[in-house]
Design a binder for this molecule. Structure first.
Ligand code: ATP
Ligand code: MG
Ligand code: MG
Ligand code: MG
Length: 477
């Protein structure tokens, strides 16, 4: 079952159940504090909060999402992409727990011939919030799940709040069991890669006040209009239905992975580290393409910086796969071909998108070429001298003079089996900042590239003051 077909089945199912089908919102939010649409909920916040009356009692959609706070997981777990699509069904004071659970179970387990997703009930587990007896009992009543496969978990995983007074409520999550080859038999509570979370049902039920922390608050009472918010990971369902091991091997992503394999001349499946790199390339190229198609362009701050960083990480990964020259022309064109059926804009606007990608690649390859050469020499000299640590001064020189980012220095040096004198590097950085303050002019015009990294570090966490439970774009890549 192709990814697009799964999405269509989802939307058709909910349309038959009376939901209004809503197109995906942009990856770029209206809210400057929230860089990207990180969940299906984002465009519905005004309706869910009650600020704006919902124009329909229930809706369903397939929302494009970006979560850079999952970036470290990409390629290592089977299930985390920086770009992914979240299917969702929404009730604004219409149906509640019973309806949401009934629909979820029916869509997942009805046969493919009947328009369902054809999951075998034996492969499914659910979790409920530990005090949510109602959800627990509804699952027992409405599904064929035995009590052992309905696990009760705490607020950290199974409760949704905004971190502010207002709506809140328990969640119930649905997991697919990949089987004993992938881990022990303890259910999702064991938090193992064996159990893949595919769908989260949020029951917005209470009004809370006196919020002391995200999970310490007082419940004022029941909300007058209870809402349903659900999110199903399209790529996760796709990889399970396609019988492959992870989301990077699904039809919308795998062609890019294969192209990277071809360009590198290395095999996929031969070496774990290379495999992670192939998956990172496939993920980041697609995310970059989708960001470009929503109007983001590479820059030194905010959204543009995230895009720049994704592209640079892809380039770095290709280098680690032995490809020193340009590869974006082929990688982006491959991603375009895999995505344009679902998102025609990536085809029609490709000329513009690819120009940004190619320019970014050319610039970064120049930076890398000069920096890498010097770094390799320094590493060789360090080793020849019998030292296990590259001096802070060397790392600083690379950063300061050649615009070679410290994170890359750390990575390359570590791969060579030695370390960097980080404390000395930090001291030099501090001294430089002080010098710069004393003589702002001396810095002008010289550090165009390194300023990117400095700015981001200074930027720190982006706090989304509304719905802080959403995974905000807080991570520094
Ligand atoms: P996980 O615990 O696996 O990181 P999550 O609890 O963070 O997932 P939710 O915030 O509940 O995920 O999002 C709803 C659904 O979106 C998840 O059940 C999952 O199917 C999907 N999803 C979440 N994050 C990603 C991601 N980075 N890549 C692909 N799908 C995702
Ligand atoms: Mg997560
Ligand atoms: Mg989870
Ligand atoms: Mg979840």
């Amino acid at each position: 079952m192709k990814t697009a077909e799964i999405a269509q089945r989802y939307l058709d199912f909910f349309e038959k159940k009376g939901h209004t089908i809503v197109p995906s919102a942009s990856l770029v939010t209206d809210d400057p504090a929230l860089l990207f649409t990180v969940a299906g909920m984002v465009p519905f916040i005004p309706y869910l909060s009650g600020d704006v009356p919902a124009p329909y009692p229930s809706a369903a959609d397939n929302q494009k999402c970006i979560r850079t706070n999952d970036i470290e997981e990409v390629g290592k777990t089977p299930r985390h992409g920086t770009f992914f699509q979240m299917l969702g069904n929404w009730s604004f004071g219409d149906y509640f727990k019973e309806g949401a659970i009934t629909y979820a179970w029916e869509l997942l387990t009805s046969s493919e011939e009947d328009g369902g997703l054809g999951f075998d009930p034996k492969d499914l587990w659910v979790t409920v919030y530990e005090e949510d007896d109602e959800a627990h009992d509804l699952w027992l009543k409405l599904s064929s799940l035995p009590a052992e496969r309905i696990q009760r978990l705490g607020k950290d995983t199974n409760y949704w709040t905004t971190g502010l007074p207002g709506p809140a409520g328990p969640c119930s999550e649905i997991f697919f069991d990949r089987g004993p080859d992938y881990g022990i038999d303890g259910g999702p509570a064991t938090d193992d890669d064996r159990y893949v979370e595919i769908w989260n049902l949020v029951f917005m039920q209470y009004e809370i006040t006196n919020v002391r922390s995200k999970f310490e608050f007082d419940i004022v009472g029941e909300l007058p209009a209870k809402n349903i918010d659900t999110g199903m990971g399209l790529e996760r369902v796709a990889f399970i239905k396609q019988g492959v091991d992870n989301m990077y091997e699904t039809d919308q992503v795998r062609p890019v992975l294969d192209k990277a394999v071809e360009l590198s001349g290395r095999a996929y499946g031969a070496n774990h580290e290379d495999d992670v790199r192939f998956r990172v390339v496939a993920d980041h190229i697609r995310s970059s393409l989708m960001l470009l198609s929503d109007g983001v362009t590479p820059s030194n701050d905010g959204r543009g910086y995230i895009l720049r960083r994704l592209m640079r990480r892809a380039i770095r990964s290709m280098r680690l796969l032995g490809v020193d020259g340009p590869s974006f022309a082929e990688l982006f064109a491959t991603s375009r071909d895999a995505m344009k059926a679902a998102y025609p804009i990536v085809g029609t606007d490709y000329e513009r998108l690819s120009q940004y990608a190619l320019a970014e690649e050319a610039t970064f390859l120049r930076t890398l070429a000069s920096g890498s050469e010097i770094l390799d020499e320094s590493v060789a000299a360090t080793k020849a001298a019998g030292d296990a640590q590259l001096s802070g001064a060397q790392a600083f020189l690379l950063h300061d003079t050649y615009g070679f980012p410290i994170d890359l220095t750390l990575e390359i040096v570590e791969e060579a089996g030695i370390t960097v004198d980080r404390a000395a590097f930090d001291t030099l950085m501090t001294e430089q900042r002080e010098r710069a303050k004393a003589d702002a002019r001396s810095r002008k015009g010289q550090l165009a590239d390194t300023s990117v990294y400095r700015e981001l570090r200074a930027q720190g966490e982006t706090v989304f003051t509304g719905y802080t439970d959403l995974e905000t774009e807080s991570r520094i890549l």
